[in-house]
Design a protein around this ligand. Structure first.
Ligand code: ATP
Length: 303
């Protein structure tokens, strides 16, 4: 696997305050990588160092194998604070930004037109930026970050201010970009979206990495040893005395069976043997949102 982004022992202070504190992580080619953390964790500071806007106090970053300054044209960045030239026409603003990143005029215009279609703003190219709604401007910003066709895309809060339909559209476009071979770093606070999109994540708290790795592995590590079962009458009576089931409690219209010394497979086999009318059976998992709250809430370092 090719490493597209490498952050090693990065630190950055503002005065006496250490915003990023010995942070290390790597992003592999072709993945959607979540850069997560509570407000003030140090995500934007890290991104600004990656984008060569700030210098680090210590540590190293490598972007596409180079120093950040050397690869600006190959990286796309959707900043947290948005700003487009409001008096420019949408298409001209996009062409201008692509040209700044070294794209030739013809390609810039073609990319801008294609991308306005992809975000369903094809009728708005000739309007001034200031005449678009906030959500529409947000989509133009998204397009602005990738109109020069970067290999690596860093998206800081891309869903901010969007309605559910536009969230869906941006989510699908991020997936499409991955399918087209791009690498995406996503910073977002909506854990359900992160869970849908990201292959791997780093969770930062107070400038340090507190969780790092494949989302599936992290979810497995945090999953309760339990199964969720729905039966036709959801009465726990049918389920008493199953070897290795420590506790049974209702969760919504199902039952949660906490296991100790048995496996989900053995429990399912026992239910079938007993002739219980099982309507659904799943190994219990924990939402990323709960993991975030648990890890950040305890201020802990579990790496
Ligand atoms: P959010 O999710 O709220 O955007 P973040 O993880 O992006 O947060 P940063 O913007 O990197 O966090 O900020 C990290 C810390 O550094 C915060 O406590 C913030 O107040 C502080 N900070 C950021 N920029 C500056 C600055 N220019 N001068 C002083 N302190 C700053």
């Amino acid at each position: 696997m090719q490493t597209v982004l490498e952050v090693s022992h990065l630190s950055k202070s503002y005065g006496d305050f250490r915003a990023v504190n010995d942070l290390s992580f790597a992003v592999q080619a072709g993945e959607i990588f979540g850069l997560l953390g509570p407000n003030g964790a140090g995500k934007t500071t890290t991104i600004r160092i990656l984008m060569d806007i700030f210098k680090a106090d210590s540590g190293e970053v490598r972007v596409l194998g180079e120093r950040p300054a050397a690869v600006r044209a190959r990286v796309g960045y959707l900043p947290e604070e948005r700003g487009l030239y409001k008096d420019l026409k949408v298409i001209e603003a996009l062409v201008y930004l692509a040209r700044l990143k070294g794209t030739d005029e013809t390609t810039a215009r073609r990319n801008a037109t294609t991308w306005l279609e992809r975000v369903e703003l094809q009728d708005w190219g000739k309007h001034k930026v200031k005449d678009l709604s906030r959500g529409m401007q947000q989509k133009v910003q998204f397009v602005a970050s990738l109109v020069h066709d970067p290999e690596l895309l860093i998206l800081d809060e891309p869903f901010q201010g969007l309605d559910p339909l536009n969230v869906e559209m941006i989510k699908n476009l991020i997936r499409a970009l991955q399918a087209e071979g791009k690498t995406i770093v996503l910073s977002a606070h909506q854990m359900n979206l992160v869970e849908e999109l990201c292959d791997r994540i780093v969770l930062i708290n107070r400038g340090k990495a507190v969780l790092y790795g494949a989302l599936a592995d992290i979810k497995r590590d945090f999953a309760p040893h339990a199964v969720r079962v729905k039966t036709s009458n959801s009465a726990s009576g049918d389920l008493t005395g199953i070897p290795g089931v420590k506790e049974i409690r209702p969760i919504g219209d199902a039952l949660l069976l906490e296991l100790d010394g048995t496996t989900p497979q053995a429990v399912l086999a026992e239910l079938v043997r007993r002739g219980v009318d099982v309507q659904s059976f799943e190994v219990a998992s924990v939402p990323l949102n709960d993991i975030f709250v648990q890890v950040v809430g305890q201020g802990g370092d579990v790496t």
